[in-house]
Design a protein around this ligand. Structure first.
Ligand code: KG4
Ligand code: ZN
Length: 325
């Protein structure tokens, strides 16, 4: 039995978790900074780094107390070393390394995006090869998963991430940050077919994504038709984004022989997306709601897997703002 401590600080959520054997969540806590960043209309990196510093020891103590375990019971410390904001990553990495030195335990490096996918498979038995889709505030990636740890990227965004495009369109509509859940809410009463928005096409890369043209189209439309109803704009935008995602997933199904689909990242919370995914002809695995957004349980879970298959990481581990699969 192995008890892994997970640490997440890639963006604006601080997360600490204790997970046994890669799947049994003993205790986990997430502290979101969203309300601190709201007035900036997005994540302010310097503030994100600073807020992780007091939050980390606080959540560590809370998670440990709740678990009934002591720090000595921890077998290894898994930390998200990227991709993310460099200052935010440094806060988590330094905290993790301090614990490793103090407790004389190994450090495990975890890729945050891979962990989002792992969250969909945790405690479940998806069949491989599987398709994976990460739809978050920082990433839009479509990949083939041969097994946990073995990936082939099929498509990525060349500009804005999918969640980022929701957040930016939300600001245009006078909504606050994070905008994804607010767009979903108002879209429920809107007409998704009123505005014929088009998703971006990436030359010679049919499985890649581009959302910045769509974002500009929404802005232009709002300028030309100031009387447009936000609910209709939100619904039309959301439908356009999800139809684009679904068409790319569908295109890969036959070619890859995928037996299941794993979906991770904050946008996976969206009920309209979930209902479109259920129409696909293969089993779809989504994380439970509390593991959809950034959290440390997915870091500890994948950390256990990494420790078994790749071994510990050196204490010289550096933050990585980008990581190629
Ligand atoms: O996975 P996550 O916490 O962050 C990153 O790793 O980037 O995802 C946050 C993103 C935000 O952009 C947020 O607006 C979006 O997920 N999001 C949603 C919904 N809930 C969160 N987007 C659309 N519909 C939702 N219900
Ligand atoms: Zn994330």
């Amino acid at each position: 039995m192995a008890l892994i401590l997970g640490i997440e600080t890639t963006c604006d959520e601080t997360g600490i978790a204790l997970v046994e054997d890669g799947h049994k969540i003993i205790s986990h806590h997430v502290l979101s900074q969203a309300s601190d960043h709201e007035r900036f209309g997005g994540v302010f990196p310097e503030l994100a780094s600073r807020l992780h510093v007091p939050a980390l020891p606080l959540l560590f103590n809370k998670t440990l107390e709740e678990s009934g375990k002591s720090a000595e019971d921890i077998d290894a410390i898994a930390v998200a070393y990227g991709p993310g904001l460099v200052g935010a990553l440094l806060a988590g990495l330094q905290f993790a390394k301090g614990l490793c030195i103090g407790l004389k335990k190994p450090l495990i490096a975890v890729n945050h995006v891979e962990a989002h996918l792992f969250a969909a498979a945790m405690n479940k038995n998806p069949e491989f090869p599987a398709l994976g889709v990460v739809v978050s505030g920082g990433h839009t990636t479509l990949l083939l998963i041969k097994a946990i740890g073995f990936y082939e990227v099929l498509g990525e965004t060349i500009d804005d991430a999918i969640g980022e495009s929701f957040d930016k369109v939300a600001i245009m509509l006078g909504l606050s940050y994070p905008g994804g859940p607010l767009i979903e809410k108002i879209a429920k009463t809107g007409n998704p077919h009123l505005y014929p928005f088009k998703s971006g096409k990436v030359q010679e890369r049919p499985l890649s994504f581009s959302f910045s043209g769509l974002k500009t189209a929404v802005l232009q439309m709002l300028k030309n038709y100031p009387e447009a109803h936000p609910a209709d704009v939100a619904a039309s935008f959301q439908e356009c984004v999800f139809k684009d995602l679904l068409s790319k997933i569908s295109m890969t199904l036959q070619k890859t022989g995928a037996r299941s689909l794993l979906v991770g990242g904050g946008v996976a919370n969206n009920k309209r997306l979930q209902s479109l995914l259920q129409e696909l002809p293969l089993p779809v695995f989504l994380p439970p709601p509390e593991l959809t957004l950034d959290n440390a349980a997915m870091i500890a879970g994948l950390g256990y897997h990494n420790l078994l298959h790749k071994g510990p990481s050196p204490l010289s581990l550096e933050p990585a703002t980008r990581i190629a699969f």
